[in-house]
Design a protein around this ligand. Structure first.
Ligand SMILES: NC(=O)c1ccc[n+]([C@@H]2O[C@H](COP(=O)([O-])OP(=O)(O)OC[C@H]3O[C@@H](n4cnc5c(N)ncnc54)[C@H](OP(=O)(O)O)[C@@H]3O)[C@@H](O)[C@H]2O)c1
Length: 301
């Protein structure tokens, strides 16, 4: 399969490296990362250890094959501009997979790509961009892929197969939109609170006050999801959020890492979208509103 990774940072470089064992892969990333890969190869350490040669470019013009699968792995706030830059390599048979977090990526991709070409992936792998050319694989996870209409199509089965053959444990979901929402609800609790308090995920359950806040945010975000058409149990969502916190207790969320680096966060795509949707459906979103304001003030966003 001919695969392009659009936004070769942490997760994109990891998936690109694994997929390139059995497929033709081109990474599209920033010049410093591309130059480091060209000079020394792509290095992955942590849970996966490798150093490999892989095609890397800082613009899509250099992609010379017909793209079967374009995997979007930029941060959600970059989706619209990145997909716009990539439109010249997207033809009507190209499948575009958003492997990102956030609730506004499909809409951004739809500006350029026919909705029927878009699929979504949710992954629990963890990766960290150490320095140009070097990625740390911090947690081995699972990946779910799905068509937006829930169909188990031949193309999604084919991509599932390609992922599994490359060592990326993957299953097809019949309700990827709900899976995406579940992850967004969990992230809406963990990311902004850890970012604001500067703590590891695990501390959210060590501190009884923070645990209460997590529960309340989780209930509010679940209410928004359900108003939007999901069917999530409030108690199961609280349980799931706490499970994720326990499983990743040593980790520092991507949002806290962005704040520490003085970078933009994905707050608008997670809690920000929850606020917008909640207001539309007249659901109380006061906690999510506060979290958006706190993180934005704190991170100068
Ligand atoms: N990392 C994880 O463990 C993980 C796990 C699951 C899901 N996710 C999700 O996956 C997405 C990516 O996360 P990440 O941690 O991999 O982010 P990341 O390390 O910041 O990777 C994104 C990369 O894309 C680059 N980029 C942005 N626009 C580009 C463009 N037009 N052309 C080429 N490169 C471009 C960025 O460069 P600049 O930094 O210079 O902008 C950055 O190097 C997010 O939605 C995240 O929530 C991440």
């Amino acid at each position: 399969m001919n695969i392009v990774i659009l936004g070769a940072g942490a997760i994109g470089s990891l998936f690109g490296a694994l997929l390139s064992k059995k497929n033709d892969v081109v990474l599209i990333g920033r010049t410093s990362h591309v130059n480091a890969i060209r000079k020394n190869g792509l290095t992955i350490d942590g849970k996966t250890q490798l150093n490999m040669k892989i095609s890397a470019e800082d613009a899509v013009d250099a992609v010379s094959f017909s793209v079967d699968l374009l995997i979007v792995t930029v941060k959600s706030y970059d989706t619209e501009s990145a997909i716009d830059q990539a439109k010249q390599i997207i033809h009507n048979k190209t499948v575009v997979l958003s492997l990102q977090n956030g609730l506004d990526n499909i809409k951004a991709i739809e500006h350029v790509v026919d909705r029927r070409q878009i699929i979504v992936g949710v992954t629990t792998h963890g990766a960290f961009f150490s320095k140009p050319g070097c990625i740390k694989h911090t947690g081995v996870g699972k990946t779910i892929l799905g068509e937006l209409d829930g169909e188990t199509s031949d193309r999604i089965k084919n991509i599932e197969n390609v992922f599994n053959k490359s060592g990326i444990e993957t299953v097809v979901s019949k309700n990827i939109i709900e899976d995406m929402w579940v992850k967004a609800v969990v992230n809406s609790c963990i990311n902004p609170i850890t970012a604001f308090f500067g703590c590891s995920n695990g501390y959210l359950l060590e501190n009884p006050l923070l645990e209460k806040i997590v529960e309340k945010v989780c209930l509010e975000s679940t209410n928004v999801a359900n108003a939007y058409g999901m069917n999530l149990s409030r108690q199961i969502m609280i349980k799931k959020t706490k499970e994720v916190i326990r499983e990743t207790s040593e980790n520092y969320s991507s949002m806290i890492q962005s704040v520490r680096k003085g970078r933009k966060t994905e707050i608008d795509s997670i809690n920000g979208v929850l606020v917008d949707i909640g207001r539309t459906y007249d659901v109380d979103v006061s906690l999510n509103e506060i979290l958006v304001s706190l993180v934005k003030t704190f991170s100068n966003q």
